[in-house]
Write a protein of this length. Structure first.
Ligand code: 2PG
Ligand code: MG
Length: 447
């Protein structure tokens, strides 16, 4: 196996889609066949807003005089002063070897010493650089590491109405997604999703509702009246129909409730977790009943973080009651961490996992979690963060692992469409080899 000697690592502070600083890393290697040439792999780390409690640590400076405390100079310093001296002029055969060194250098379970943003930037940049050094596209390199064919384009889960922490409206649920799964190729599916987005804009406008967008490029209207969530779901159905598509056959619906954000902080430990939903306090059972009702009213196929990350008891009931006909995705619940995923597998909690590189902090651990999920019959959805950049690593990751689903936001904002554009390129390059799984990832046994 070819060894890749790291010649240089540099890091800089750049901005994410919310205008907050984040880490960019550039890592230099020699070209494998032309050793006198060098290649530079570059990666930018994303950042979440509705973060899970057990996510790996995102190191921020906390200096209120710079970027409101959100600077990442400490993370850069850790790369320049601690990581670079440990890896420069050393050769690594593969990403797992480098990531092991980074993990050992940090020495903590949640990467709190060096910062997951520092570590992940180096890890992703190394994959990119190895790809360039071997004249292999990044998705192909990932497929080699993951030992798959790497030819499956993901079904996009497009978040076209934003709420919760990603918008300034009265929706408790964070993401209302359309899932154009009933098509035979990624590009057709994307087109249907995008057309639906434009029709939604017109419908909102016609009703005098706002068409300004939230963090992930979806609209963020304020629905009036007592059932804003159902109004949002109805609106999606109308948009699909008005775009000329068939809801429940070509385009389906998915939610990310991000319920940890609206669960009520209960002073008494041990008392059941409740949810402040549509201004009422609801039990987990009542939330489940709401989802159950919606799943009969609408072509809903997937619910992410339907209950809070601490509510394992509620999650178990949710899975028992709806898991045989809906995809139930753990995001804050699992934080891309094999330890929590194992607990989910063992206790039959959830049936899918959201995959975010920066929740765990290295490419290798991300791939390990995905392997574990796939071996256990859990679906994987590779995901962006609400704070994104022009980096399209997740598009390569989704194809390279054949995972079948990606969550990359709406059809507006360059930070979101950059991922879809990369997937279009990959689809074109794969040509006849490209596979689009359609509704397959969502098929479950009927009750
Ligand atoms: C989520 C994500 C991405 P954030 O909750 O799934 O949509 O949001 O990055 O804010 O955690
Ligand atoms: Mg989520």
């Amino acid at each position: 196996m070819t060894k890749n000697k790291i010649l240089k690592v540099i890091a800089r502070e750049v901005l994410d889609s919310r205008g907050f600083p984040t880490v960019e890393v550039e890592l230099t290697l020699n070209h494998q066949k032309r050793p006198s040439d060098v290649v530079v792999g570059r990666a930018i780390v994303p950042s979440g807003a509705s973060t899970g409690e057990a996510e790996a640590l995102e190191l921020r400076d906390g200096d209120k005089n710079r970027y409101l405390g959100k600077g990442v100079l400490k993370a850069l310093q850790n790369i320049q002063q601690k990581i670079a001296p440990a890896i420069e002029n050393k050769a690594f055969t593969q990403i797992a070897e480098l990531d092991r060194v980074l993990m050992d250098l940090d020495g903590t379970p949640n990467k709190s010493q060096l910062g997951a943003n520092a570590i992940l930037g180096v890890s992703m940049a190394f994959v990119r650089a190895c790809a360039l050094a071997s004249d292999t596209p990044s998705d192909e390199l990932i497929a080699k590491i993951f030992q798959t064919s790497g030819n499956t384009l993901p079904v996009p889960l497009m978040n076209i109405i934003n709420g919760g922490k990603h918008a300034d409206n009265d929706l408790d649920i964070q993401e209302f997604m359309i899932v154009p799964a009933g098509f035979s190729s990624f590009s057709e599916a994307l087109r249907a999703g995008v057309e639906t987005f434009h029709h939604l804009k017109k419908l909102l406008k016609d009703q005098g509702l706002s068409t300004s967008v939230g963090d992930e490029g979806g609209f963020a209207p304020s629905f009036h009246g007592k059932n804003p969530h159902e109004q949002a779901l109805e609106m999606l159905i109308r948009a699909i129909t008005s775009a000329g598509y068939r809801p429940g056959e070509q385009i389906f619906l998915a939610l990310d409730s991000a319920a940890s954000e609206f669960c009520e902080k209960n002073e008494n430990k041990g008392s059941p977790i409740t949810y402040l939903f549509e201004k009422k306090s609801l039990s987990a059972a009542e939330m489940i009943a709401t989802y159950d009702r919606w799943s009969h009213q609408y072509p809903l196929i997937s619910i992410e973080d339907g209950l809070a990350e601490q509510d394992w008891a509620g999650w178990k009931d949710l899975t028992e009651q709806l898991g045989d006909r809906l995809q139930l995705v753990g995001d804050d619940l699992f934080v891309t961490n094999p330890i929590f995923l194992k607990k989910g597998i063992e206790t039959h909690t959830a049936n899918a996992i959201l995959i975010k590189l920066n929740q765990i902090g290295t490419v290798t651990e991300t791939l390990e979690t995905m392997k574990l999920a796939q071996e256990s019959g859990f679906q994987c959805i590779v995901s962006h963060r609400s704070g994104e950049t022009e980096d399209t690593f997740i598009a390569d990751l989704a194809v390279g692992t054949n995972c079948g689903q990606i969550k990359a936001g709406s059809a507006s904002r360059t930070d979101r469409v950059a991922k879809y554009n990369q997937l279009l390129r990959l689809e074109e390059r794969l040509g006849k080899k490209a596979v689009f799984p359609g509704t397959k990832p969502f098929l479950r046994k009927k009750r």
